[in-house]
Ligand binder design. Sequence first.
Ligand code: GBH
Length: 447
Amino acid sequence: MNFPPDFVWGVATSAYQIEGAATEDGRGPSIWDSFCRVPGAIADASDGSQACEHYQRWAQDLDLVADLGVDAYRFSVSWPRVRPTGSGAWNSKGLDFYERLVDGLLARGIKPYLTLNHWDLPQALQDQGGWAQRDTVHRFVEYAQGVQALLGDRLSSITTHNEPWVIAMLGHDSGIFAPGLKRRATAMQVSHHLLLSHGLALQALRADGSRCELGIVLNLSPVQPASASPADVQKASLEDGMLLRWYMDPLFHARYPQDVLEHLGADAPQVRAGDMEAMATPMDFLGLNYYTRAVVSAEGPWDVKRGGRELTEMGWEVYPEGLTQLLLRLHQDYRLPPMYVTENGGAFKDQLSQGRVADAARTRYLTQHIAAVQEAMRQGVCMAGYMVWSLLDNFEWASGYDKRFGIVHVDYDTQQRTLKDSGRWYRDFLQRQRAARHAAEAALTGD
Ligand code: GBH
């Protein structure tokens, strides 16, 4: 496989899933700390209070990142660690941690890709209404400005939000994620505030002289009908509206999709003058997290076809061609900045035995999806990079620690890290990419 020389290869994590140290050095509580205490919310009744102890073990973890030979590391900042109540005083010890982390990346020659909101809203802001409350938009803009003021000169990239659909729908409609609310109208107002805060943050960061690439990360999938029946086809089109067009249309066309607005009726969000224009503030990149396709039928909720296809431990179908389909469709329907796959990976049955994890299924998954990205590029889609989810096994939200996405195994008793076979494969793959890169450069300069 040949990728352009400036293509960015990376690995990704998020704060709540790996850091632990939930009460250390003045960190405030987040909505995930609270949600984990709700009986039955987390499959194994666990939480992120210790997780991978990355807060203490960050230097060793960055050595692992460096050993992989990636160009970039995508991580998130815990908002309540740097500003414990989301408004008011900043926490210098929390800020120091991210400064150490970013400097540690630069010292190892790795580009820092920072995400501001990977779901861990300060609980104090939730107590005032959270993302359903318009004030939170302004608190987020302040947060973005504060982080950029400290780290902006050393960052390659800033992502405002990770997966606004998940925050809105899983957090406020189905309630399976924090803050665990179940009201459609609230969910849609939340999505509006997330998109608005994204646009306003971009404007504020640029006004402050940003030198980082600025963008957002969406979780998108092709949404396909379970059958050719008109009811299934109609349902698929609506779900595509809810998942993809509800975010892509405002970001790139400054409007919400009409069919979804009509479907929502009274549950549609309240929009003030100027909001739509703010949301469509131009971006430097669009990040996509891709795991599987969605197959929907008129009767049921989302369902995956089990027709002989391999499923991951999450029950998600392995469907790499869906990534090519998705990228081509976005390329066709929108005028896009360069795109990244900011997350891609799978949970598989991993067995650590004699210092080795033979996770051939994960290697196959990654190989097939990287090939799917390449196929989209061959057909003209502009891609800037690809990042594996995840560096480490970690706290997989409502699934707890039982589901492992890492290319590095974590023993939660000893906190020992072991590079899985998939991690070795990724390292070797990146080395071959670099060799090809150097050969091409040598050919260009004629030596
Ligand atoms: C990402 O979310 C997160 O950014 C990351 O933190 C997480 O660890 C990782 O993926 C693995 O889960 O669930 O029935 O609606 C991905 C969330 C996964 C949500 C696929 C939508 C579709 C099937 N998305 N999911 S369903």
